[in-house]
Design a protein around this ligand. Sequence first.
Ligand code: HEM
Length: 194
Amino acid sequence: MAHVLAATQASPLLWYVTRAMAVAGYVTLTLAVILGMLRPIARTTNERLSWLTDITHTSLTVLAALLIAGHLISLYFDPFLPFTLLNIVTPLHEPYRPLATILGVYALYAIVAVLLSSWLKNAIPHGAWRALHYLGFVAFGLVTAHGVMAGSDSSEPFMRAIYGASAGAVGFLVLMRLFARPRQAASPAVAGRR
Ligand code: HEM
């Protein structure tokens, strides 16, 4: 009750911040996934492009993680949406659109697994790193469903355009990857990098 009272008197600023961080995090994550999938093509082109693709892919992933952290911190403090820390880090007793929010929590787990495996890349077997890295696709799918189902802006034309363009681009690249393998790498030095 106190929470509802506080919410009616509070400014909606944090609610805007939660949504802005969510959308920015989603777009950044999409770009990171797209660049990750373009790496094999960049590797076959030239070393400089390959390096640029790698560094941008890594930087966008870190930026996406920071924006997602911002989405969750602002959600925690937002008086309009009564989330506890437990609701945010576990899929339990979600106070708002439970199914949509649970998908967000699982997406968070997948993203954390991708980040941890990347930081531990040199300490774990390559196959394990690769398997965990592929969770990035799972995260993308879960986050897209989460955003569409939970978001207040999902029916707005700009959000439909963002979800449509993101899912279309990632879906297209997945099909390309499955059915059209890049030719031999330009040089052994570039080809050797993963
Ligand atoms: C893991 C990464 C996550 C990403 C990239 C993400 C992204 C998004 C996006 C794009 C929206 C739609 C925003 C809009 O339409 O304005 C959204 C909404 C929302 N998210 Fe997340 N989310 C993530 C995780 C989570 C988690 C773990 C929770 C809480 C447990 C959560 C709770 C919410 C809520 C409550 C909304 C609805 C906000 C509103 O529009 O009123 N999200 N999120």
